[in-house]
Write a new protein. Structure first.
Lengths: 385, 139
């Protein structure tokens, strides 16, 4: 395998006013549509990079906006364009750069899911056209993303002895981060007792296991590595990329119920740690796609941050909060900062690696591992300086 | 085989090109039938165009035994669908024939941890007449 590390680097990041827009939407206003949120984040990313649009020759937009309209709104003609989710946008930017299809790629995401009432459960559940499991089991009342993860966690907990109280460490730890993060929507600290006292939504998962639903945008600018060094005083390198998908038995949830996504994560761990020459002990901060808290113990075990079956003990005894052994989702993640479908994690990776995170900054942070495992598709990036 | 119409009571069933016989046979025979590969005898669920093991399109709709092992369970405490006021239980079952099926448990799973226990399929008629396969503990 060719070494894919340090082909490209992030030179700019930006986000929309998540907190202000949360308050405006809650007050009944519609501050922007998905294109407006994306444009706002893009303006901030350009300012952060100290660049203009004319320096960009590639554009990748998130799955919630149409590529052509997004490009039209941003007034960008480019020689490489695409549409992808957060982690695959970064991967595709690197592939476009490596193959010479583009030199500087803007990644732009906007979502008005709160103000337009996007449904993640029920007969109109988002994503049902892509994932049959999201809609196939509706006749039995099986609907909503949280229920899929509840079913997965119940068996995982029974087999490995992790308790609901152990799982509560995820929500509590992420609030430690969001408490110190002025960009976060939910900043009130909670205790394990607060977590346990909150109502079940789909038992065994409780309120604080579920992510927020809010409007907003995120943007990144990724450049070919030599250009990045000229463009930015502190480029954040893509050190490694990896992906492995579990698809067999997916509609009946077999990758969740029998494998807990682990074979996919283990295959990706081999790719990313192999490419970068790193191992889990070299990672300073972990960022995990957290539509639900359950993703975190699965990632801890799947990527070898602890032994299989020991994620409960790891979270309880070693810690995943700001002061823990492995600070995880330091911004508060989807549970507490902003539900930007993996995009806010990318800019938190960059900001931690740059050392720009203020009160929630992890000291001497050099390498950040981002992973998502939505529906058994495991993808990882290692960012480094 | 004619396709049953969807109603507004039972939440919508996915009705692709291969799904019809499952629902029709369930209603007519009170037994769950699945596609079984004519070439290699692998069972498949949900219904589909070819065998996942050998890619043969040839298959026969055969009744399953109705036995299986309960893999996991959850209780919905929030209502999402008119037909399902909370609380209600959803389970995953591995059928003895191999496939995993998502369904409901008749009875309260909280009384004792049911993971790993034997279950038996039973066909229930919904208010609109749709026949639905559900399970009860068998041991």
């Amino acid at each position: 395998m060719s070494k894919r590390n340090r082909v490209a680097a992030v030179v700019g990041v930006g986000h929309s006013d998540w907190v202000g827009d949360w308050n405006r939407v809650r007050a009944g206003q519609r501050p922007d549509d998905c294109y407006g949120y994306a444009a706002s984040a893009f303006r901030n990313a350009l300012a952060d990079a100290n660049m203009t649009r004319s320096q960009i020759d590639g554009l990748i937009v998130g799955p919630t906006t149409a590529y052509e309209r997004m490009a039209e709104v941003l007034h960008m003609n480019v020689r490489w364009g695409d549409q992808a989710d957060a982690v695959l946008s970064v991967a595709q930017a690197c592939m476009a750069i490596e193959t010479g299809m583009a030199d500087v790629v803007a990644l732009v995401y906007g979502n008005d899911q709160r103000s337009v009432g996007t449904q993640y459960g029920g007969p109109q559940a988002m994503g049902g056209d892509m994932f049959l499991s999201y809609v196939y089991h509706a006749p039995w009342g099986m609907t909503s993303q949280g229920a899929l993860y509840a079913l997965m966690f119940q068996r995982f907990a029974a087999l490995y002895g992790i308790s609901e109280r152990d799982l509560g460490h995820v929500a509590v730890a992420q609030r430690e981060g969001s408490y110190l993060n002025p960009n976060a929507i939910q900043r009130k600290r909670i205790t394990i007792d607060d977590y346990m006292a909150a109502p079940y939504i789909t038992e065994p998962l409780r309120l604080f296991d579920y992510c927020l639903i809010n409007d907003g945008g995120v943007a990144l600018i990724i450049a070919e590595v030599e250009m990045a060094k000229k463009l930015s005083p502190k480029p954040v390198y893509i050190e490694a990329l990896g992906r492995f998908d579990l698809n067999t038995g997916a509609t009946s949830l077999e990758p969740r119920l029998t494998d807990f996504y682990r074979p996919a994560q283990q295959a990706v761990a081999e790719q990313i740690f192999g490419q970068s020459g790193l191992d889990p002990s070299d990672i300073d901060v972990l960022q995990v796609y957290d539509s639900f808290s359950v993703h975190i113990p699965l990632a801890l075990e799947g990527y070898g941050y602890c032994k299989v079956g020991e994620s409960g003990k790891f979270m309880r005894e070693e810690g995943i909060g700001i002061a823990g052994k492995l600070p995880t989702n330091t911004s508060g993640g989807h549970l507490s900062e902003s539900y930007m479908q993996g995009w806010n994690h990318q800019i938190e990776c960059v900001r931690q690696a740059r050392g720009e995170c203020g009160d929630r900054q992890i000291e001497n942070c050099r390498r950040v591992h981002y992973t998502s495992d939505v529906a058994g598709k495991a993808v990882s990036i290692i960012y480094g300086v | 085989m004619t396709m049953e119409p969807q109603t507004s009571i039972t939440p919508p069933r996915v009705m692709g090109l291969y799904d019809g016989p499952l629902w029709q046979l369930l209603k007519e025979t009170d037994r769950l039938h699945l596609q079984c590969c004519s070439a290699c005898s692998t069972w498949r669920y949900p219904p589909g165009p070819v065998c996942q093991e050998c890619l043969s399109p040839e298959c026969e709709w055969k009744p399953v035994s109705g036995g299986g092992e309960l893999l996991s369970w959850i209780i919905f405490h929030k209502q999402y669908l008119p037909a399902y006021p909370a609380p209600y239980t959803v389970i995953a079952v591995r059928l003895d024939e191999g496939p995993t099926i998502i369904s409901n448990l008749i009875g309260d799973p909280r009384e004792e941890n049911p993971i790993g226990r034997r279950v038996k399929l039973t066909v229930v008629a919904m208010e609109d007449g749709v026949a639905l396969p559900r399970f009860e503990l068998a041991d």
